[in-house]
Design a binder for this molecule. Structure first.
Ligand code: DGL
Length: 283
């Protein structure tokens, strides 16, 4: 199976697009809903939680795990790839690990490049992703001329996790963070939703931009990661036949949560637009 991991519901926005583009594989989604949000936690805690999830997915039939979580990708991916993987999994004859973990920041950054016309990009993310500076660092590696302004949106994940994304109360916090980032750089023409939970607030974000931008203002494009990550995974599987051949192909999708099965199934089945089978686990 291909494992897809997030701190909670956010990774479903990535999984949905992966399944749309790569329907033939079997998937195992793990949401650590009991310990969400990750975005306000320290480096060590996010690293520890992410490692536990990867160990679980590896030992339950996954050869490839996608970290469908920017916070985990920013804070834990590199250490896990460099320090933990070599001790955790056997290697192929060429010395490469037989199981792999993929993050979502690099493919996202590679896709941003040509999209901005003003050269000003806004990054909306969790506190953890913002403080890691991963996006500005990676974007500058590809195009040093792009101005990156980051905005932490700490209330957005709790709103999504508590199923309040459609409530009128969500408008206040959506307006609040968008007002702040647009005031800090009015030339932004591309806003990246750099947290996988945020596409679940996309309708609110679009409405808020319409309210906040003055008439005649240049349009501000919203960029979410689902399609980008799916495209990049497809490419990765094409380039790594040794791993691709280990991924089973039955078109199934199973779900695991560290919270209540009932709560997860209720919310996730609405978003995935199908009945889902979910099992509670402890990490
Ligand atoms: N959805 C995750 C991300 O992309 C984490 C959100 C959180 O748990 O704070 O950053």
């Amino acid at each position: 199976m291909i494992g897809v991991f997030d701190s909670g519901f956010g990774g479903l926005t990535i999984l949905k697009e992966i399944r749309r583009q790569l329907p033939g594989y079997d998937y195992l989604y793990l949401g650590d809903n009991a310990r969400t949000p990750y975005g306000t936690r320290s480096f060590d805690v996010v690293y520890e939680y992410t490692l536990q999830a990867i160990r679980y997915l590896f030992s339950h039939g996954c050869h490839l795990v996608v970290l469908a979580c920017n916070t985990a990708s920013a804070k834990a991916l590199r250490t896990i790839q460099q320090n933990d993987l070599p001790d955790m999994v056997p290697v192929f004859a060429d010395g490469k690990p037989q199981k792999r973990v993929l993050g979502i920041i690099r493919p996202t950054v590679e896709a941003i490049g040509g999209l901005t016309k003003t050269g000003h990009v806004g990054v909306l993310a969790t506190q953890g992703t913002v403080v890691s500076e991963s996006y500005p660092i990676e974007i500058r590696k590809i195009n040093a001329a792009v101005t990156v302004t980051q905005q932490a949106c700490p209330m957005w994940v709790p709103i999504v996790e508590n199923c309040e994304a459609d409530s009128p109360g969500a408008d206040y916090f959506v307006d609040k963070y968008l007002t702040q980032i647009l005031a800090r750089d009015p030339e932004i023409d591309t806003l990246l939703l750099a947290c996988t939970h945020y596409p679940l607030l996309q309708a609110k974000i679009e409405q808020s931009l319409m309210r906040l931008l003055p008439e005649g203002h240049r349009p501000v494009a919203l960029l979410s990661q689902g399609a980008i990550v799916a495209e990049s995974l497809k490419d990765y599987l094409n380039r790594h036949p040794e791993l691709e051949s280990k991924c089973s192909k039955g078109g199934s999708c199973r779900y695991l949560t560290t919270e209540s099965e009932h709560k997860f199934a209720q919310s996730a089945s609405i978003f995935m637009e199908e009945e889902i089978e979910v099992k509670h686990i402890d990490l």
